[in-house]
Ligand binder design. Structure first.
Ligand code: BYC
Length: 475
C-alpha cells in the first residue's frame, strides 16, 4: 500500500480517500501537539535529534535516519500490508478476519484499544525530565527515539478509535490527552504507568521490563481476528524492538561498569568510585519486574478467557507456536492462596491466558538476566542477579498485597516490613542513584556509572553528535 508522506498526517491507509476520518484526525492533531509540548520531553524541543522515522513499512523503508526537531517528527499511521488471513484462534477460528468491529465485541475491543493506547502517552509523561540528566548524547537520543515512537503508538490506537468507534472513539481519543501519569484525580489506567521514573536506572528498567510487557501484549493483539488491530500492532512491534534493546543493553552497561569498578578495587564499595552497587540494581529489578508482571492482569481471568474466545487477543505467536487454537481442552495449574496457604488448583486453559502470555515474557526476561550474569562472570564477580518470584510485591491477581519474599516464601507481615529495605529500593538508594545523575553531553563521553555501548546507532562512530543543541547551550 502506498505511503503518503507529504500529507498532514503521513499514512499508508489512504486517509485522503476518507474525508470525514481525515478531518477528525486532523482536528485531533493540534491537541496532540499541544500535549506533546506540555507533557513531552522538558527542554530539547528546539534541538536537532538524530532520529529514525518510518518512510515506508517495507524492510528498508521504516528506518530512515535524519536530524529532526521533535515537534516536527512525522507522527503517522502505518499498518503492515493486508494479507489473506482467517481468524487464528478462539470460537470463530478459520472464519474470515473482520474488517469492521463486530457489534457484539465492540465493548471489549474498545476497552483493549483504550487500555493499550493509554500506556503510550503515559510513558512519555513519566520520562519527561530525564533528558536533563542524560549519561551521554547516545542515551539522550535513544530516550527521545523511544518518546517519539510512543507518541506514534498513541496515533496508531487513536486511528483505530476514530475509524471504528464513531463518537465514542473520538471521546476516548480526547481522554487520552487529558489523563496524566501519576495524577491523583485523573491517573493513567494501569499501575506501572503511574510510577515515577526519576533516574536513568529506572528508565532502563522500564524499557527492559515494562516495554517488554508491551511487546507481548502487542504480539497477542497482532494475532487478533480484528484485522486493523492486528496489522497496526504488528507494525508497532518493529519499533518496539529498539525500546527493548535500549533497556536490556542499558542495564547490561550499568552492570558492566559496576563489575569493572569491582575488579579494579576489590573489596571496596563501588560508591566510592561513583558506580551503582549490584544490590541496588537487584532491588530495582525486583521493583520493575513485579510492577510489570501486574500488567498482564490476573492469573485467573475471565476477561482473558472472553478475549480469547472472541478471537480478539491470542497467545504469543499463536499461529506459529500452537496446534490447538480453540484451547477448550487444556488446564493450567496455579497456586491459589487459601487461608494463608498455597493450594495447587487446575483452571481451564482459557482462563489462564494472561499467565500463558506472561510465561513467554518471563522466559525472555530470564534470557536477559543470563546475559547480565555472564557479564558478571567474565569480570570474576561472584554476585548473580535474579528475577524475584512471581508472587513478590504484586498489586494485581492472586498474590496481590501479600507479604511474599523475592524467593517466593510467605513471610509474617512484620518480618516482611522489617526486610523490605533488602527487597526494594529505599529512599537512600534512590537518593544515591539520583546523586549520580549528572548530564554528560560531550560527544563520545559517558557518565562514570555506565559503560559505553558496543557500537553507535545506525553504525555511527562513538563520538557522533546524536543531538545538536540549537535552543540552548550544552548542559
Ligand atoms: N493496573 O481480568 P483481570 C505497553 C484491572 S504495555 C490496574 O485480571 P485482564 C507499553 C482490570 O482492568 C502493554 N488495573 O485482567 C509499555 C480489571 O478491571 P475491572 C499495554 C489492572 O482484564 C511501555 C481487573 O483489574 N497493553 O504497551 O485480563 C511503554 C481484573 O482484571 C491491572 C495492554 O494493556 C493493572 N496492572 O487483563 C509504552 C493490552 N491489571 O474489569 C507502552 C490491552 C488488571 O474489574 N489490555 N487490572 O474493572 C489487556 O489486555 C488487559 O486489560 C490487561 C488486564 C492485560 C491489562
Amino acid at each position: 500500500m502506498q505511503v503518503s508522506l507529504d500529507e498532514k498526517i503521513p499514512n499508508n491507509v489512504n486517509l485522503s480517500a476518507d474525508r470525514k476520518l481525515q478531518r477528525a484526525l486532523e482536528s485531533w492533531q493540534p491537541s496532540f501537539i499541544n500535549w506533546w509540548k506540555e507533557m513531552g520531553p522538558d527542554g530539547f524541543q528546539e534541538d536537532l535529534i538524530y532520529l529514525r522515522t518510518a518512510v515506508s513499512v517495507g524492510t528498508d523503508g521504516w528506518a530512515h535516519f535524519d536530524y529532526v526537531k521533535m515537534p516536527d517528527y512525522r507522527w503517522g499511521i502505518f499498518l503492515t500490508p493486508p494479507t489473506e488471513r482467517t481468524i487464528p484462534f478462539g470460537d470463530h477460528v478459520g472464519a474470515p478476519v473482520w474488517d469492521q468491529v463486530p457489534g457484539e465485541f465492540r465493548k471489549e475491543l474498545r476497552r483493549i484499544i483504550v487500555t493499550q493506547g493509554d500506556t503510550e502517552p503515559a510513558s512519555v509523561e513519566q520520562q519527561r525530565l530525564l533528558g536533563k540528566t542524560c549519561p551521554s548524547l547516545y542515551d539522550l537520543r535513544n530516550l527521545f527515539q523511544v518518546n517519539v515512537e510512543e507518541g506514534r503508538h498513541l496515533w496508531a490506537m487513536v486511528y483505530l478509535l476514530h475509524s471504528f468507534f464513531g463518537k465514542d472513539g473520538r471521546e476516548e481519543a480526547e481522554d487520552m490527552l487529558t489523563r496524566r501519569s501519576g495524577n491523583a484525580d485523573s491517573p493513567r489506567i494501569l499501575g506501572a504507568f503511574n510510577k515515577p521514573i526519576d533516574d536513568w536506572l529506572a528508565f532502563f528498567m522500564f524499557t527492559m521490563f515494562t516495554d517488554r510487557d508491551g511487546k507481548y501484549q502487542l504480539a497477542a493483539l497482532a494475532e487478533s481476528g480484528f484485522d486493523a488491530l492486528a496489522r497496526t500492532t504488528q507494525f508497532m512491534l518493529t519499533e518496539e524492538a529498539h525500546h527493548l534493546f535500549v533497556g536490556e543493553t542499558g542495564i547490561r552497561r550499568v552492570v558492566a561498569r559496576t563489575a569493572q569498578l569491582m575488579q579494579e578495587s576489590p573489596g571496596e564499595d563501588v560508591r566510592a568510585k561513583g558506580g551503582i552497587p549490584l544490590d541496588i540494581i537487584q532491588k530495582y529489578i525486583n521493583e520493575w519486574y513485579s510492577a510489570s508482571l501486574d500488567l498482564f492482569g490476573g492469573e485467573d481471568s475471565s476477561n482473558a478467557a472472553t478475549y480469547f474466545a472472541q478471537g480478539l487477543k491470542g497467545r504469543f505467536q499463536e499461529v506459529k507456536r500452537y496446534q490447538d487454537h480453540r484451547a477448550l481442552e487444556g488446564v493450567y495449574a496455579i497456586d491459589k492462596l487459601v487461608d494463608g496457604k498455597l493450594v495447587r488448583e487446575e483452571i481451564p486453559l482459557r482462563r489462564a491466558m494472561n499467565l500463558v502470555l506472561r510465561d513467554a515474557y518471563v522466559d525472555d526476561c530470564e534470557r536477559a538476566l543470563g546475559q547480565w550474569n555472564q557479564t558478571l562472570e567474565k569480570a570474576g564477580v561472584a554476585f548473580r542477579l535474579a528475577l524475584p518470584s512471581q508472587r513478590f510485591n504484586r498489586l494485581q491477581g492472586l498474590y496481590a498485597n501479600q507479604p511474599f519474599a523475592p524467593a517466593g516464601e510467605m513471610l509474617a507481615p512484620d518480618v516482611y516490613a522489617a526486610k523490605r529495605s533488602e527487597f526494594l529500593p529505599t529512599a537512600a538508594d534512590y537518593e544515591y542513584v539520583k546523586s549520580l545523575m549528572k548530564p554528560v553531553t560531550t560527544p563520545g563521553q559517558f557518565a562514570q556509572w555506565i559503560s559505553p555501548p558496543l557500537r553507535g546507532i545506525n553504525n555511527q562512530p562513538m563520538d557522533f553528535e546524536y543531538v545538536k543543541f540549537t535552543g540552548h547551550e550544552r548542559a
